[in-house]
Design a protein around this ligand. Sequence first.
Ligand code: SAM
Length: 262
Amino acid sequence: MIGPQGSYASGLLGGDATAERERLGGIQDSVDGFTRQTLVGLGLAPDWTCLELGAGAGSVARWLAGYCTAGSVQAVDIDTALLGPADDPRLTVRRADITDASFRPGRFDLVHARFVLCHLPDRDAVLARAVSWLRPGGLLLVTDPYQLPAEDSPFPSVTRLMSAYEAAHVAVGADLTWSRRVPALLARAGLRDIGFAARPGCLGNGPGDRWRPLVDGAAHRMIGSGMVGRADMDAFHADLADPGFVDIPQITLAVWGRLPTP
Ligand SMILES: C[S@@+](CC[C@H](N)C(=O)[O-])C[C@H]1O[C@@H](n2cnc3c(N)ncnc32)[C@H](O)[C@@H]1O
């Protein structure tokens, strides 16, 4: 068996559009509520201008455009295929590489990046530049995973899968534990009012699972690493049907800071 959707392909780890759409849809379904709650709690206001980095399939950008009725949203991605054309006059879709030092999007009340920076080999430099895209008083919100130690899983199968998952990301320059450094990086960059909030990401637990699209998306690399085989993938899919199969391999960490006003 290859998988319920017939594919183990991926996006950032290389793969097809259907798998990437499913992977991004899974991310949005599981984290959009947390992101919205965090932004509203931080005082998101209707007149804010917003920059959404690595906008993906665009759920946050579209929501921001709906919320900021007297503001605007610039949604940036290196691949805008799944972002689609802007369907709101307050939303601008821009194709750009945010690691390019010549990328100068302007200055914003909110700069937001979710599940983007940890994937970039030069993430510290991009984070530092993102601070320069804030207006005085502006808010930078960075949300990234914090991968818990694979060996702590109560399931040996998850220990194997998550070890391979993390290794597959490291192989392409990602760091799934980088989020822990972000509070200190923001403080060192001159931001103040540093804060953070976390949300556990559920593997298994029936309909609560958010991991199947992520594991499937990385599967070809995980298998390619030799750390797991197709039998492990099949066992994972079988385990998902077991109500006793529940774990927390990763925490989503949202970290923010504000640029002081002069
Ligand atoms: C894991 S997805 C997250 C999408 C979205 N932020 C979300 O949370 O739903 C990462 C996104 O970052 C984009 N991306 C990766 N590298 C990028 C770069 N150098 N410049 C701009 N976008 C990039 C990818 O194309 C992808 O859409």
